[in-house]
Design a protein around this ligand. Structure first.
Ligand code: SF4
Ligand code: SF4
Length: 126
């Protein structure tokens, strides 16, 4: 999977896409919230009230998509501080990839790179 992931992303320019930032957005961990709120010189509670909500699984997610930190040029305005989930998306190079297959299938509908990686995996497994 790491090989397929690296191969696909060597051809993929996320700046021409940003579909994940436009349509889904990440989960925010407590560490993400602390780091990003500090970046904005906001209190974590103020950051949460402004940008986040709790989803059905009690995880902090964006109140709205597209992500408010996405620029019209598809650059992330908090790139260095972005949530861990953004850094790892679409998670196709994870060691425990086999444990997140339902997430990956969902991601193929959002991320063209994840779609291509899964298609290539299927081709090689035939
Ligand atoms: S924080 Fe940045 S990378 Fe993450 S969804 Fe928003 S714009 Fe995209
Ligand atoms: S959806 Fe996939 S290809 Fe598009 S920007 Fe996100 S990670 Fe990159």
């Amino acid at each position: 999977m790491v090989e397929l992931h690296e191969d696909e992303f060597s051809r993929t320019d996320c700046l021409n896409c940003a579909n994940c930032c436009k349509t889904t957005g990440p989960l925010f961990t407590q560490k993400d919230i602390e780091r990003i709120s500090k970046h904005f010189r906001m209190k974590p509670g103020e950051f949460i009230d402004t940008y986040l909500r709790l989803d059905e699984e009690n995880d902090f997610v964006l109140q709205q998509v597209p992500c408010p930190f996405l620029g019209s040029d598809n650059y992330c305005s908090i790139y260095e501080k972005r949530p861990k989930a953004c850094r790892e998306y679409p998670h196709t190079d994870r060691k425990d990839f086999h444990k997140i297959s339902s997430i990956t299938i969902r991601n193929t509908a959002v991320c063209p790179a994840a779609y291509n990686i899964v298609e290539e995996m299927k081709r090689r497994l035939k």
